[in-house]
Design a protein. Structure first.
Ligand code: PMP
Length: 428
């Protein structure tokens, strides 16, 4: 495949955009080479500026769960746009999407819409701090909750790719209130509670982690977090930006039957437009302005185009109960295909998967936290990535990212992908 036009565009972009990209992982730093400039996309396929067609396993990092340019979403956005693109005033549609979201997700009464996952998580933390009147939070190494200051401590995703776990610009004052624990290590969490009695406002967790590859919660881990929080008057925040409306209609709370106190959303909930949201029981949400004193706001929050896209997306997921089992079946098929061809080729690997989130780690040992995620062989990953790319398969350009499967993929696409992995395995 040729990437002449993408290379030219990257040179131009670098002159006016830092690193040529508006979000770091896109820059291919983790795998080397030139980022692909996409021109358009439909269903499971991306079409780049050089005219290549790629099967997409990133899907805008999750939102395009029903495929690119999904018609009901596109039509709703087009129709809305003709009637005005932003008002900064309430619209009926905001209530409709809120009612729908609240009906789909367990244990939430009210939801507030924002413009990104970062905003959702940052607002959730403020709400938890204001509600509990405590300052500290616990986050897990390798979990990513957006780029707000409190979270840029041993964060996954792009920060892992670039080997800079903490960002300059985050003050010590802020960093000291973020306590770090190891994912899947409940003793670690308990020790932090012991050392910080009555000071911990919230635990924020990706209930299925997706920013150090896909890492499932160990049996009993989420239950234990729930108990520790309840015993200590601490709020449990599920960051379901990746998992919400993907692993089940009601996200991980539904999948594993565990109640969080605050839930954060992003990605799928916006149908591909910039949307995030956070939600909780009424008693907690009523502390937000204008009802309560905890301030949170946004000029473009509840934007009509974004709400129209999100509403169509949620409606589609709500009305077709087969979607989640189809996603499970397709991803399981892909997983067993990859297992087979990599085993036959004597490649050392581990696959992690929950539903339609899957990741391949080039490590023989189980991957269950940030330390084990980092021990994978990055050089092999780079070859794997480029081997697939040249065969028309687009996976995330970093060993720390999850693949997001879309229902638009056909079994033919999956077979094509498995065959491409079989060929690539010969080069590893
Ligand atoms: N939380 C999680 C779990 C995420 O994966 C992400 C983004 N990948 C975020 C929060 C931040 O979302 P955004 O990039 O929309 O700000």
């Amino acid at each position: 495949m040729l990437y002449k036009r993408s290379s030219e565009l990257f040179v131009e972009a670098n002159k006016v955009i830092p690193g040529g990209v508006n979000s770091p992982v896109r820059a291919f730093k983790g795998v080397g080479g030139t980022p692909i400039f996409v021109k358009e996309a439909k269903g499971a396929y991306l079409y780049d500026e050089d005219g290549n067609r790629l099967i997409d396993y990133i899907n805008s990092w999750g939102p395009m769960i029903l495929g690119h340019a999904y018609e009901p979403v596109v039509n709703a956005v087009v129709e809305k746009a003709k009637k005005g693109t932003s008002f900064g005033m309430p619209t009926a549609l905001e209530t409709e999407i809120a009612q729908l979201a609240v009906s789909m997700v367990p244990n939430i009464d009210k939801i507030r819409f924002v413009n990104s996952g970062t905003e959702a998580c940052m607002s959730a933390i403020r709400l938890a701090r204001g509600y509990t009147k405590r300052d500290k939070i616990i986050k897990f190494s390798g979990c990513y909750h957006g780029h707000s200051d409190s979270f840029l401590i041993a964060a996954g995703s792009g920060l892992s790719t670039f080997g800079m776990p903490n960002s300059p610009g985050v003050t010590e004052g802020t960093a000291k209130d973020t306590l770090l624990a190891s994912y899947n290590d409940i003793e670690n969490v308990k020790a932090l509670f012991e050392a910080n009695k009555n000071q911990i406002a919230a635990i924020i967790v990706e209930p299925v982690a997706g920013n150090m590859g896909c890492i499932p919660p160990a049996k009993g881990f989420l239950e234990a977090l729930r108990s520790v929080c309840s015993e200590n008057g601490t709020l449990l925040i599920f960051d379901e930006v990746m998992t919400g409306f993907r692993l089940a209609k009601g996200g991980v709370q539904e999948l594993y039957g565990i109640q969080a106190d605050i839930v954060c959303f992003g990605k799928v909930i916006g149908g591909g437009l910039p949307v995030g949201a956070f939600a909780a029981r009424e008693e907690i949400m009523n502390h937000l302005a204008p009802l309560g004193p905890i301030y949170q706001a946004g000029t473009l929050s509840g934007n009509p185009l974004a709400m129209a896209a999100g509403y169509e997306m949620l409606k589609a997921l709500n009305t077709d109960p087969g979607i989640f089992s189809r996603l499970e079946e397709k991803t399981a098929y892909l997983e067993s295909g990859i297992q087979k061809v990599l085993t036959d080729a004597n490649v050392v690997f581990t696959i992690n998967r929950v539903g339609s989130m899957i990741s391949v780690h080039f490590d023989a040992n189980p991957v269950y936290d940030f330390t084990t995620a980092k021990s994978g062989d990055n050089e092999t990953f780079k070859k794997f990535f480029h081997g697939l790319l040249k065969r028309g398969i687009y996976i995330a350009p970093s060993a720390y990212e999850t693949w997001f499967i879309t229902d638009a993929l056909t079994y033919e696409d999956l077979d094509f992908t498995i065959a491409a992995i079989q060929e690539t395995a010969k080069e590893l």
